[in-house]
Design a protein around this ligand. Structure first.
Ligand code: PLP
Length: 411
């Protein structure tokens, strides 16, 4: 850090203040986590220099002996951890992993069946603002109004009507387990490729707290920086029969030189995620999410679908405040949550009627159920607060709560 501070005090200051921000507040954004010092070290390493287009043992450049070792270790660890036949660690992000999958299996104009954005799907599942909605023909399924659970009957009906080339299961704001068996049966019925976008929950699969999509899906894509707690990036697992198509789609079809420092950091994260300590972490993430959801319910928020089975919950603010207001008030109180549309939301997405919370970061910090109860009370106060003095007082309480378990504790 001293080297950076001497070379570029402005950027050094950004880094310092960002760590201060993390230490002084509560990070409850469900897609974020706090990567370990070992992951950060690999990410900030000299491997950033290396051009290594291709795959271990088959590169377009010389001098790849060491990066080959890193990537092969990562591939082997991913296959062992997830019981996968093939792994590709090179996608720059979860979105890019999805682009690779479209590239591998679809032609422009093909029909793809995926979860609708307003019901919790991701932009890469067919949004008109994204390549997936611009180059392909998206058909969207959603959740049932009465249960707020995925409507598997609708998925099947839409599949039979539209005969999609590819079906995507997985979401950005769905707090419940997904029935991979049901998706597999539907995909088989219409001869579609089944892709599970496990960006959010793959860390819980790694920690063995929720069922794995790997035995059922043709392909599993994910981000590596969410519950999995790796560096910012993406990854793809697939059946052996799709290995060549996936590898070619990632590179050379859509990416150039792989980020070998990030690939190495992914290998580090996979090693960490293979330990009993990580399994205990993943278990606590889910326990904490349930406790936080219960606490928020007591504060007058309605958990969409009645609760959570994962690391995240979606809370309906029941029109008392908007999602945007709640996000802004919480942020002022140093609690980071994000506004989110709830299913059948009457408000536009930038306003939204809900918030999404996740427990990956606070669990990394060592927090447990009793802390979740306290956090829920603080969020409840912040959402109701309509003056700066109250929000400042909550911020002080937040600082007190995190003081003995900060993000990145000073050693
Ligand atoms: N897929 C899902 C379901 C996601 O939730 C996200 C990100 O939040 C992505 C894909 C994209 O991942 P990334 O931000 O790594 O590109």
């Amino acid at each position: 850090f001293e080297v950076l501070a001497a070379a570029d005090p402005d950027i050094a200051d950004v880094l310092l203040r960002e760590v201060d921000r993390l230490r002084a507040g509560l990070q409850l954004i469900a897609s974020e986590n706090l990567a370990s010092p070992a992951v950060l070290a690999a990410t900030g390493s000299a491997l950033t220099n290396k051009y290594a287009e291709g795959y271990p043992g088959h590169r377009y450049y010389g001098g790849c002996e060491q990066v080959d070792r890193a990537e092969q270790l990562g591939i082997d660890r991913a296959k062992a951890l997830f019981g996968a036949e093939h792994a590709n660690l090179q996608p720059y992000s979860g979105a890019t992993a999805n682009l690779a999958v479209y590239t591998a299996f679809c032609e422009p104009g093909d029909v793809v069946l995926a979860m609708s954005l307003p019901h919790g799907g991701h932009l890469t599942h067919g949004s008109k603002a994204n390549f997936s909605g611009q180059w392909f023909q998206p058909v969207s399924y959603g959740v049932r109004k009465d249960t707020e659970l995925i409507d598997y009957d609708q998925v099947r009906d839409l599949a039979l009507t539209h005969r999609p080339k590819m079906i995507i299961a997985g979401a950005t704001a769905y707090p419940r387990l997904i029935d991979f068996v049901a998706f597999r049966e539907i995909a088989d019925e219409v001869d579609a490729v089944l892709v599970v976008d496990a960006a959010h929950f793959i860390g819980l699969v790694a920690g063995k707290v929720i069922p794995s999509p790997v035995p059922y899906a043709d392909v599993v894509t994910f981000s590596t920086h969410k519950v999995l707690r790796g560096p910012r990036g993406g990854m793809i697992l697939c059946k052996g029969e799709h290995a060549e198509a996936i590898d070619k789609a990632v590179s050379p079809a859509i990416q150039g030189g792989p980020l070998m420092h990030v690939v190495a950091a992914k290998a580090v994260a996979l090693k960490e995620a293979s330990t009993p300590a990580y399994q205990a972490y993943a278990t606590q993430v889910v326990t904490n999410a349930a406790a936080l959801t219960k606490g928020l319910e007591a504060e007058g928020m309605r958990p969409v679908s009645g609760g959570t089975d994962t690391h995240l919950a979606l809370l309906d603010l029941q029109q008392k405040v908007t999602g945007a207001q709640a996000e802004q008030r919480c942020a002022q109180a140093r609690i980071m949550v994000n506004k989110k549309a709830i299913p059948f939301d009457p408000s536009p997405p930038m306003v939204a009627s809900g918030i999404r919370v996740g427990t990956s970061c606070v669990t990394t910090q060592g927090m447990v159920e009793s802390d979740m109860a306290e956090i829920a009370r603080l969020i409840g106060r912040a959402v109701r607060a309509d003056d700066d003095t109250e929000l400042q007082s909550i911020a002080t309480d937040v600082e007190r709560l995190v003081a003995d378990r900060p993000a990145y504790p000073r050693s």
